[in-house]
Structures are given as structure tokens and as C-alpha cells.
Design a protein around this ligand. Structure first.
Ligand code: UDP
Ligand code: MG
Length: 340
């Protein structure tokens, strides 16, 4: 039997948390009844600095020994919250899932079976996104295509619903990047992988916690962290513009020597000036984007800080710790960063 940990990042999810907890527990019980998961399996809610009543609800839910709560010191974003959960949850295999249950919980059974067959990574892939708004669907799907075109290895229509074996989680811990794009990192781990497909549903309640701003920043993360193609595109553009201006110079020289049509023109001076200015600024912008990411990586700040941990086998407060940064390359011994 597998000891399963389910990791759920939550940001202002008070409307859904109780129902989510109920359904996840029901799922664990179902899997236990089928002899697939161990009775010590648990659900880990990672409160990503919610401003609503989410943490109070999590604290209350943690009276159930199968439900635990990890509270981050402030909002660090979905990817970091997810990482905090993965690094601190216990279990032979960990499944990450969003709090709004847009992802079909029933495929957890297939995930666990595939894990038992020897797979270290099992991706949940959305076969149908009709429940998403057309704008979201279009932007998300074009984005996956763009990433592929730029040479970034991502699983099409897979978000962060996946199972990772303990081995894969330990491997993930050795990726120290601050600009975190888990969908890009996981395929780099290798190991035996499999996919399960499901139909993506509607949000249980509440609003999307991914406004356009956060979506764009995640999108940029994915490109910059995994692809140098934009930098190469700048070089190509540079070559192209140089070649063009050489050709233009040659043409002007020939016109001057062999025709009398060479009137000093305003357009031929001003248009290239503006155009080249624009190209240069654009290229600087792309360079700056990489530079900013390097800046953050060099600083190597902790990706999350844990404020409090609740729940555990006795349903008690396990630790109400002083702020604790994540540990170094986390192995099984650091799976409980707070108690270290
Ligand atoms: N989330 C988080 N921190 C954030 C934003 C979102 O932990 O800063 C969580 C959120 O609670 C949810 C998951 O990330 O469990 C995905 O968010 P959401 O469902 O709002 O995104 P969407 O499905 O609209 O892309
Ligand atoms: Mg959602």
C-alpha cells in the first residue's frame, strides 16, 4: 500500500476549502478501501498567505488527523506554495492538486496504480477544456504551443495536477531555481513517466486566483527560465537589420553614381532612425528580462518561509515555529523543515 500525500495550495479559498477537504478525504477513503493507499495518507493544505478566513478553516479541519495545514509567512504565489507543500509533505508518493477541484479527483486512482507499476511521475492532462472561458482556453493552448516552438519541454494541457514519487520529489529538491516554473522542471527530471487524462471542470466556487497579471508572469517565467531562443532571435534580428542596411547603402551609392534621382530625403533618414531605435529598445528589454531573472537567481533568496504547521497524527499543533526557511537539498530527512 502506498502512503499518499495530497498537496493543495490555497490562496483565499474559504468558499471551497470545506468541500474540498470533504471530497479529498472521501477520495482517500475510497482508495484505502480498494487497498491502494495506506491509512496514514494525508492531505496537506498550504495556505499561501490568504487574506480571508482560509487559515482558520484549515486549522479547524486539521482536527482530523488526515488533514494538515502549512501556513506560509505571506503570499508567495502558486508555484512556491506548491513547492513548499511538496518539500514538507510526508508520503511515498505526492499528488498536487488545486483547491478549486477543477481537476477530476477520480483519476487519482489511475495515478496511484501507475505509480505502483513503477512510474515516478504521472501527469494529469486535460482532454477537454470546454469548462474554461474561451479566452483562457485560447491563451493557455497557444502558450503551450509557443513553449514547444521555443524548445521548452512541456506536457501539452498539463498544469500542476500530477503524482510524484518520493524519488522524484527528492530530485526536484535539488533544483534550486528561484524563478520557479514546475511544469518545465518536472519533465527535466526524467524517470519513468505516464499520463492520465480527464475533463477539466468548473471552479467549485469563488473567483480564479490567477488574474491576467499572475498568468503573464508565469508565462514569462516559463519562457525565460527554459529557453534562450529570444536571445538568439535578437542576434538573428541584428544580422537581418545589418544586412538590410548594407543593401540600402549599396543601393544609395549606386543611385548616386549612376542616376540623378538621389535627392536627400526626409523619410529615408527618419524612418530607419525610429525603426532602429525601436529594435534596439526591444532587444534591450529582452536582455533586461534575462538579467532580472539572473539577478534574482544570484541572490538565491528562500522561495518560501513557513509560519505555522498544524495537524498530524494526534490532530495537535505539530509546530508553531519561528519563521523557517526551506532547507538545503532536501532529502527525506528534511521533509519536515519546520521541526528541523
Ligand atoms: N494559488 C496560490 N497562490 C496564489 C494564487 C493561486 O496558492 O498566489 C492557488 C489557488 O488557491 C488554487 C491554485 O493555486 O488552488 C490555482 O489557482 P486558480 O484555480 O485560481 O487558477 P486557475 O484555475 O484559474 O488557473
Ligand atoms: Mg482553478
Amino acid at each position: 500500500m502506498v502512503r499518499l500525500g495530497i498537496v493543495v495550495p490555497c490562496y483565499n479559498e474559504q468558499d471551497v476549502l470545506e468541500e474540498t477537504a470533504r471530497r479529498l478525504i472521501a477520495q482517500l477513503e475510497r482508495l484505502h478501501a480498494k487497498g491502494l493507499v495506506d491509512a496514514s495518507s494525508a492531505v496537506y493544505f498550504v495556505d499561501d498567505g490568504s487574506r480571508d478566513g482560509s487559515w482558520e478553516i484549515i486549522q479547524r479541519l486539521a482536527a482530523d488527523p488526515r488533514l494538515r495545514g502549512i501556513r506560509l509567512s505571506r503570499n508567495r504565489g502558486h508555484q512556491n506554495a506548491l513547492l513548499a507543500g511538496l518539500m514538507n509533505a510526508e508520503g511515498d508518493a505526492l499528488i498536487s492538486v488545486d483547491a478549486d477541484l477543477q481537476d477530476d479527483l477520480n483519476v487519482m486512482e489511475d495515478m496511484v496504480r501507475l505509480y505502483l507499476d513503477g512510474h515516478d511521475v504521472v501527469y494529469g492532462v486535460r482532454s477537454d477544456r470546454t469548462a474554461d472561458r474561451p479566452f483562457k482556453r485560447l491563451t493557455a493552448e497557444s502558450y503551450y504551443r509557443l513553449l514547444r516552438a521555443l524548445g521548452v519541454e512541456v506536457v501539452f494541457n498539463h498544469a500542476d495536477y500530477r503524482l510524484l514519487s518520493r524519488r522524484a520529489v527528492t530530485a526536484l529538491a535539488s533544483y534550486r531555481e528561484v524563478n520557479l516554473f514546475l511544469r518545465g522542471i518536472i519533465p527535466q527530471l526524467g524517470f519513468r513517466t505516464a499520463t492520465v487524462t480527464y475533463v477539466r471542470g468548473e471552479r467549485l466556487a469563488g473567483e480564479s486566483k490567477y488574474p491576467l497579471r499572475k498568468m503573464l508572469s508565469l508565462a514569462v517565467e516559463g519562457v525565460i527560465s527554459f529557453s534562450a531562443a529570444p536571445l538568439r532571435a535578437i542576434t538573428a534580428l541584428g544580422f537581418l537589420v545589418c544586412f538590410g542596411s548594407f543593401a540600402m547603402a549599396a543601393w544609395a551609392l549606386l543611385a548616386r553614381l549612376f542616376t540623378d534621382a538621389a535627392l536627400p530625403g526626409w523619410a529615408s533618414t527618419v524612418v530607419p532612425m525610429y525603426f532602429l531605435g525601436g529594435v534596439q529598445l526591444l532587444c534591450l528589454g529582452v536582455l533586461g528580462e534575462y538579467l532580472a531573472k539572473i539577478y534574482m537567481e544570484v541572490k538565491g533568496r528562500p522561495r518560501y518561509l513557513i509560519d505555522t504547521v498544524v495537524g498530524g497524527p494526534n490532530g495537535n499543533l505539530v509546530a508553531s515555529a519561528a519563521p523557517c526557511a526551506e532547507q538545503g537539498a532536501a532529502g527525506p530527512t528534511t521533509s519536515r523543515a519546520v521541526t528541523d
